[in-house]
Write a protein of this length. Structure first.
Length: 390
């Protein structure tokens, strides 16, 4: 009994020491709270991780200003274009499975693109070569955005409609962002994978990685966890609630809306961290292999050559890369060779293989400059800097 008593005393001592250990990332929450207090953001969730553990997770502010609900770390955000790398991973899985090649012509899987034309000086001409899946993944296909979007088009209908629009330039000759191009990769997944895109994503990515809160639709039971969207009003110098344009006037719960892989997903900071942990681990997490290591390396290497994309940021396969962090203040915390993606309403997700770090920033604000270079992102990284040195 004396031995047991001594051990309990010792363990209690360790518990007290652990509980009193200072939070090395304590500076993040008050810095984020400043933006909330000024009315520049409703609520902000932050996360820092390595390939195998979470270093920091926090939340300040509200998920819904009008509803006066405190933001939680597991609240669900519209991640917009952060969907693109997740869709790209589905294409890469099919390449690993031998169901397609990244250099397949797009028309091999979607025959409607066999007759696509190019707009050159107002005239429609034939393309100099076929669009490949690699072109679509790197935004060098010439595909534009949908001009005839309807809220409940299937992916098959979306693909047919986009194929009737002229390309903006000859495939491979330029870089120009195309969300619709990534949308139709969901249709490629359906054709090559033999099941609806959302089911393939669930079976091959979300379930194995434990991304239980990631979906194209928010379940009615989770509506209270939805972080509402806001837009910056320069006149009032505050944010006000707005709609998500990419939902095309549908409800967040509307499952008739198609699974649009270009910008359609909702997710949490924790789910996104698991996705990037898989990538930093060469395609596997917790004993579940999603991609081959060589495929991860291919997706995260520079694919766009000398074509101009974003300042210091060329493209991999579905992922934006950071080649020169000095080109944009928002990238200053990242090493060259980092990869990830931002979203239109300011969500951010980046993996830094050199430092073995994952950065996730979740808040919903449109209309205040480049979301990749937001004041909130820069402040988050600055506040975390001291803690990362410890």
């Amino acid at each position: 009994m004396r031995l047991v008593s001594a051990l309990l005393t010792l363990l209690a001592g360790y518990t007290i020491v652990y509980a009193q250990r200072p939070d090395r990332f304590a500076a993040i929450a008050p810095r984020m709270q400043e933006f909330v207090d000024k009315g520049e953001a409703s609520g902000i969730a932050t996360l820092i991780a390595t390939n195998d553990r979470i270093l920091h997770v926090g939340a300040v502010g509200k998920t819904d200003i009008a509803g006066d609900r405190k933001l939680r770390t597991d609240d669900i955000f519209w991640i917009a274009s952060m969907s693109k790398p997740i869709t790209a991973v589905c294409i890469a899985i099919l390449a690993d499975d031998g169901k397609l090649s990244l250099d397949d012509p797009l028309a091999k899987h979607l025959p409607e693109f066999a007759s696509v034309m190019v707009d050159e000086n107002g005239q429609r001409v034939k393309p100099s070569r076929a669009i490949t899946l690699r072109d679509v993944l790197t935004h060098t296909s010439g595909l534009g955005e949908m001009t005839n979007r309807e809220p409940h088009l299937t992916l098959a209908q979306t693909s047919r409609n986009l194929s009737q629009q002229a390309l903006r330039f000859q495939p491979g000759s330029r870089w120009a962002y195309s969300t619709a191009g990534i949308d139709i990769l969901g249709r490629v997944v359906e054709v090559a994978g033999g099941m609806p895109f959302d089911q393939f994503l669930q079976k091959r990515v979300l379930d194995p990685l434990g991304m239980k809160d990631t979906s194209f639709w928010i379940a009615p039971a989770n509506q209270s966890r939805w972080a509402h969207s806001y837009r910056w009003n320069a006149q009032t110098a505050k944010v006000s609630e707005t709609t998500i344009p990419y939902l095309y006037n549908t409800a967040i719960t509307d499952r008739e809306r198609p699974p649009l892989g270009g910008a359609g997903l909702f997710s949490t900071a924790g789910d996104i961290a698991r996705f990037y942990q898989m990538m930093l681990n060469g395609g596997a997490l917790n004993g579940k292999r999603i991609l081959k290591p060589a495929t991860v390396a291919e997706m995260t290497r520079k694919q766009t050559g000398d074509l101009n994309a974003r300042p210091g940021m060329p493209w991999g396969l579905g992922f934006c890369l950071v080649e020169d962090p000095a080109k944009m203040p928002g990238n200053s915390a990242l090493s060259s060779g980092s990869f990830g993606h931002g979203g239109a309403f300011s969500t951010q997700s980046w993996a830094d293989p050199t430092r073995n770090l994952i950065w996730v920033l979740m808040f919903q604000r449109d209309g205040k400059g480049n979301p990749d270079n937001s004041d909130v992102r820069i402040a988050f990284q600055e506040a975390a800097a001291t803690g990362l040195e410890k």
